[in-house]
Design a protein. Structure first.
Length: 177
């Protein structure tokens, strides 16, 4: 099993909160689709399930698996930090996560309830520890969970990280060094 996980910003770091995908989100999701198709040999993808990039990545994996010939055997794991991850989200967002989970091959609750901020980092470490590659949608801001996940992957685990800058998504992916 060869695995890639995803990390990236929540909606404020992409294009804000709204009911439909913005042109930027559509573009980023398209870049995620192209990356998945290009990653020959990767058969399992892990998404953290959070609002924003995590859900765009899960959607991209589901699309490629279900709609692109030759990729029907790729797998999606949604790694929630704890079972009630979405409990404080708006109902529509909760329903969307549940829909993604129902289409995943596996849903893993990395920690038990209740909510605690550190459990997001535990989840990120869990994903990276099981991956040979990390795909990040990151705007170079050197604070927050996305930055910490990239740092852990590159410096602690020495795993290659491919990055897509959400403000320059048209430029495509680059290998971080």
């Amino acid at each position: 099993m060869t695995t890639m996980c995803f990390t990236g910003h929540r909606p404020p770091g992409i294009d804000g909160y709204h009911d439909t995908m913005s042109p930027k989100e559509v573009g980023i999701t398209g870049q995620l689709v192209e990356l998945i198709k290009a990653m020959q040999g990767v058969d399992t993808y892990i998404s953290g399930g959070a609002l924003g990039v995590d859900q765009m990545a899960a959607l991209a994996v589901i699309f490629v698996r279900d709609q692109v010939p030759g990729y029907e055997n790729i797998r999606l794991t949604i790694a929630r930090p704890f079972p009630s991850q979405a409990s404080k989200w708006p109902a529509k967002s909760q329903e969307y996560l549940e829909s993604l989970c129902s289409k995943a091959n596996e849903v893993v609750d990395v920690s038990e309830d209740p909510y605690a901020p550190y459990k997001m980092e535990v989840r990120n470490h869990w994903m990276v520890d099981r991956s040979l590659y990390v795909a990040a949608v990151w705007n170079q801001q050197q604070t927050g969970g996305t930055y910490n996940c990239i740092n852990y992957a590159m410096n602690t685990r020495q795993i290659p990280v491919l990055n897509l800058d959400p403000n320059k998504w048209e430029e495509g992916w680059r290998l971080m060094t």
